[in-house]
Design a binder for this molecule. Structure first.
Ligand SMILES: [Zn+2]
Length: 289
């Protein structure tokens, strides 16, 4: 199959290595995944059943005081929501649009320093002001999805913290996805203006790892039907069936998987194993909390 290309040659050399700054999954989440791995087959056989996941998605936009009214406008946020809704509906997940908040604050609009909580390998607030912002706005239960947009996140385009089993209510403010405004639909990020970065990040929120997790070694992403691969960007192309970074292992790189780093228009698929993982993690970790 010929590799499709979506961008001018001049844009194909940009590195995507900093696309997603998510840290390692908490060992407690991996424990849940290992315990329930047999359920993966169960869920695959039950696609289309009635107990679909229902999640309300809330959006929060932090902009500079001199930003124009159309910076991450509500209309753009609604376009992004529709992409998420249409995508996840194909995997038994029904998203509803909750609130959209807007913060005009030059400090909060740049997530300039973010730190890893070493004990749990997750990202915590970089300043008291940022943490206060999250605490004010990340409302609702552990089933509520909160997506934050900033003018800039220094060092990465986006990240989430993973679903963490038994997370204390006092830490719910850490449970969210954070993205740069320029990866919204129509944004300025090369390869990234189709709204697919949010699909990728919400995949993490539902418990998915990168398809290149662990490279060619070990358990990888703990999913059987995503072939092992290493991280590479494919530089704006979509080499389905021809890119193979772990040639000694079965399968070619699943470059069209949402949890890879390929260009937005290339990524259009979650596998049955990923479908099962999202449902398993939701019911085990988030439901009723
Ligand atoms: Zn990621």
């Amino acid at each position: 199959m010929t590799a499709a290309s979506y961008l001018p040659q001049t844009l194909r050399t940009r590195s995507l290595d900093s696309e997603c700054g998510i840290k390692g999954a908490p060992s407690s989440l991996i424990g849940v995944i290992e315990q329930r791995r047999d359920n993966d087959l169960l869920y695959r056989s039950l696609e289309g059943r009635n107990d679909k996941i229902q999640v309300t998605a809330h959006f929060h936009v932090a902009v500079f005081s001199n930003s124009t009214a159309d910076t991450a406008s509500n209309e753009t946020i609604k376009k992004q929501f529709q992409i998420l809704k249409d995508t996840y509906a194909r995997y038994g997940i029904s998203l509803n649009l909750g609130s959209i908040s807007r913060e005009i604050n030059d400090t909060i609009a740049v997530l300039s320093v973010w730190n890893q909580n070493e004990a749990e390998d997750e990202i915590i607030g970089s300043s008291a002001e940022t943490e206060d912002y999250w605490k004010r706005t990340r409302t609702g239960s552990y089933e509520a999805l909160h997506i934050y947009y900033y003018e800039n996140i220094v060092g990465t385009a986006a990240f989430c913290n993973f679903a963490k089993p038994n997370r204390a209510k006092s830490e719910y403010f850490l449970d969210a996805c954070h993205l740069r405004i320029n990866v919204l639909p129509g944004g300025s990020a090369p390869y990234r203006f189709y709204g697919t970065s949010a699909v990728h990040e919400v995949g993490h929120w539902f418990g998915l790892f990168h398809t290149f997790e662990g490279g060619c070694e070990g358990e990888g992403d703990y999913i059987d039907d995503t072939p092992a691969q290493t991280v590479t960007s494919a530089n704006g192309t979509c080499p389905i069936g021809t890119k193979d970074t772990c040639p000694d292992l079965p399968g070619t790189d699943m470059v069209n998987n949402y949890m890879d780093y390929t260009a937005d228009p290339c990524r259009d698929t979650f596998t049955p194993g990923q479908y099962s993982r999202m449902h398993n993690v939701f019911w085990a970790v988030r439901a009723g909390k």
